[in-house]
Ligand binder design. Sequence first.
Ligand code: URA
Length: 207
Amino acid sequence: MHIPEKLADEGKEILASFPVEGFVYGKGPENAAFMLVGEAPGETEIHNGVPFSGRAGKELMKFLEKLNLSREEVYITSAVRSRPYRWGEKKDKHGNVVKRKYNRPPTAKEILGHAPLLDYEIEHVKAPIIVTLGNIGLKRLLGPGYKITEQHGRVLRGPVQKYNEGTYSWTEKEFSIFPTFHPASVFYNRRLEEVIQEDIEALKKLL
Ligand code: URA
């Protein structure tokens, strides 16, 4: 499934003046086992154009293996398609301070700017379940009142947020949302690996 080029161009245009770079399309079949909604691409992804192909992607592939699924069987996308960055400083091997870009979470404006792209995918990909990865994907679809620590590992059935004239409104259609933690969260908190494992077991029963 590919979003129309016009929609992608509008998304690029809207974020043109924001500190973001690159553009990564969602990837996967129209009839997907489920849809995965992440946060935004990182450095690896904007270079090779494949969502979740960097370090977080390796963790995500472990989840899929446990479900006996390959990347080709699921639709993988994110709330924002460009890499949000901030400038920071780092010492190189000679001790010189060099400026470099670091990943950062997307802002509410960036998420809203790319909302029509995700709306299109949600409307056109025939996935029985939408698995949100982390707080960004969860809040994008169900609103700011939802927290991953409170909602992970179960299905939430209902409408989702969609772009509407500079803000969000609710879809008429109902969806099955299964929130779990972002695969990169295990880099900061190894204990989450066990929690994610339990979530995957719960998801496996649903599929
Ligand atoms: N995190 C995401 O949400 N998407 C990617 O493609 C990579 C990391």
